[in-house]
Ligand binder design. Structure first.
Ligand SMILES: *Cc1c(COP(=O)(O)O)cnc(C)c1O
Length: 429
């Protein structure tokens, strides 16, 4: 499969090159040249298939033969070695829990998959690849863990000092091996700016192969389509019309769901559930896309004012607004509404959500006011990842899961940094 740049000013390229580069030379996002629907029998018999078989059948058209079938199977088996359970909330709403991976964030799947693809492409290469990421908390841990021990790949993570939770900091700073954490004296935007400058720094990029590990990278973005198939597998015998409500930031996850739909997955509707960062909500009413600076919220993994994957969503709908509108609704919620939803889930349904999942739940409820369907909201992080907010709202302690406990006792190791020049010197060293 070849990939083209959505800016349409760069040559088409292979899966391997798209993964290694991240972004096309014209700064556009890569997109597959075609998406062929799966045979209807795939969906008719999906409940009899294992998750790894489902994932392999669904993604192979994008990757084989560049990665041979047997290698891809192994990558998928290693990526998906945990559960993706559906938990019923009420008659009309369920949640798909995506937080049972090693760092308890849904980004584990994309990060593990991408790490293994990059490791495969790089195994016969003597030049090391450096993955450079800025994190506001959750991405960094998933990327660090996913890439740990992958040969030929070094990972450098920038995080804002004092601005991530203790759990998140431990997940970033205790791994060692090929993972280095840089503790930046600044806020997330400073980390992000330094990373951007590094990618633009031609003297630097001529000396080392830098790549990013956020959802602009197709190897991190595409495997998220598995979630929707796993939900359908568990729910198809119970409900005819299934809609998905996705807590969205950069819109990579929801966009992958729309790829699953193109593959033939029956999805009645998509709901993009947002916090106060409402660029897409506004677009869906005004048809005018106006990026804004991000606003800080309690669901901070979604604090994105200019969602990078929205352009892929438009492409999937042939850049036709009416088509998009028929398939996507978008709602925005304040932190107060999010806290109320957390409390409602706990009191009425005995379910402890995290703030991102709570926003997803609100999106599901809004859609159901005027529509009939069974709505699945995606639970994108374990509640302990956002412990302060959750415990304050439900007024109870939340038990730390074993993955988290294990990391809390380890020793932090990070290099302090306060300027781009220091980052540059570190990378060139
Ligand atoms: C990254 C993240 C999101 C947003 O996902 P996108 O693909 O960027 O829309 C939602 N919830 C959590 C917990 C996340 O870490």
């Amino acid at each position: 499969m070849n990939y083209y740049s959505l800016n349409r000013k760069a040559p088409n390229t292979t899966f391997a090159e798209a993964v290694i580069r991240g972004l096309a030379p014209d700064k556009g996002l890569y997109f597959p040249e075609s998406i062929s629907p799966l045979d209807p029998s795939f969906f008719e018999t999906i409940e009899n298939k294992s998750n790894t078989d489902i994932a392999f059948e669904a993604i192979k058209q994008f990757i084989v033969p560049e990665i041979p079938e047997d290698v891809l199977k192994t990558i998928i088996e290693e990526t998906l070695n945990f559960e993706f359970p559906i938990v019923n909330i009420n008659e009309n709403i369920s949640t798909l829990e995506l937080f049972h991976g090693p760092t308890m964030a849904f980004k584990d799947v994309g990060a593990r998959f991408m790490a293994r693809c990059l490791g495969y492409f790089n195994k016969s290469n003597t030049n090391e690849v450096t993955v450079l990421v800025a994190t506001s908390g959750d991405t960094g841990g998933a990327v660090a863990n996913g890439f740990l021990g992958v040969k030929g790949v070094n990972v450098v993570i920038l995080y804002p000092s004092g601005k991530v939770s203790d759990i998140q900091e431990k997940q970033l700073t205790t791994l060692e091996e090929n993972i280095t954490a840089l503790e930046v004296d600044g806020v997330f935007d400073d980390c992000q700016d330094m990373v951007k400058r590094a990618f633009m720094d031609e003297e630097l990029t001529s000396q080392m192969q830098l790549t990013s590990a956020n959802s602009i990278n197709i190897a991190r973005w595409l495997p998220q389509l598995f979630y929707y198939l796993f939900a359908y597998k568990q729910l198809k015998s119970k409900y005819k019309d299934i809609a998905f409500s996705i807590p969205s930031g950069n819109f990579g996850n929801i966009c992958a769901g729309m790829v699953a739909q193109k593959l033939g997955l029956p999805v009645k509707h998509f709901i993009a559930a947002n916090n106060a960062n409402d660029t897409v909500v506004n677009y869906m009413t005004t048809q005018s896309y106006e990026p804004k600076p991000s606003v800080q919220t309690i669901s901070n993994a979604m604090d994105v004012g200019n969602p990078s994957n929205f352009i892929r969503i438009q492409e999937l709908h042939n850049n036709n607004f009416e088509d998009l509108k028929a398939n996507l609704s978008s709602y925005s919620y304040t932190d107060d509404e999010t806290r109320k939803a957390l409390l409602e889930l706990f009191k009425d349904y005995d379910y402890v959500a995290d703030p991102h999942g709570a926003v997803g739940y609100l999106g599901a409820k809004a859609y159901l006011e005027n529509n009939d369907a069974h709505v699945v909201f995606l639970e994108t992080a374990h509640p302990t990842k956002f412990l302060d907010v959750v415990e304050e709202v439900i007024e109870q302690k939340v038990e730390l899961p074993p993955q988290i406990k294990a990391v809390m006792d380890k020793k932090k190791s990070a290099i302090a940094l306060s300027s781009y020049e220091e980052l540059r010197a570190f990378l060139l060293n």
